[in-house]
Design a protein around this ligand. Structure first.
Ligand code: ZN
Ligand code: MN
Length: 136
């Protein structure tokens, strides 16, 4: 894992981190902006974007980029997998303790040093599949 860098803590960054840590929904920048604004009415969306980028560059948070969709942000910067619902777009954490094992297997294939890896699971989340079965 990449060592976490130290990023200067500003009032805005503290507020952003607090908002992100208070949710498991992997929100977009816009959602974070709406929340931070409740405490700091004069903050701009640009400031939120800039700080989210800085925090993820320093490994304090993770930016999740899914193709053409808006990036989502995760306060949990440790490696973990996500399930993305193709119906409602929700992003959920998956607790799968095989990440380390996979990286070791790759390193055994050759002279590779794995720093990180990404794996995403797409499909239909439990609440969306409930809705579908309700219609029948
Ligand atoms: Zn869903
Ligand atoms: Mn996550």
């Amino acid at each position: 894992m990449k060592p976490k860098g130290f990023v200067r803590r500003t009032k805005q960054r503290e507020a952003i981190l607090q908002v992100l840590r208070g949710t498991t929904s992997h929100p977009t920048a816009d959602w974070v902006y709406q929340e931070v604004r409740k405490e700091m009415p004069h903050v701009s969306l640009g400031t939120i974007y800039r700080n989210l980028r800085t925090l993820s560059e320093h490994g304090e948070i993770r930016e999740l980029a899914y193709g053409s969709h808006h990036s989502r942000f995760d306060a949990n910067a440790d490696s973990h997998y996500h399930f993305i619902c193709d119906s409602c777009g929700c992003v959920e954490d998956l607790d799968m303790p095989i990440m380390q094992e996979l990286e070791e297997k790759v390193e055994k294939l050759g002279d590779y040093q794995v720093v990180t890896h990404r794996l995403e699971f797409h499909g239909i989340c439990p609440s969306c599949s409930d809705e579908t079965s309700d219609q029948h």
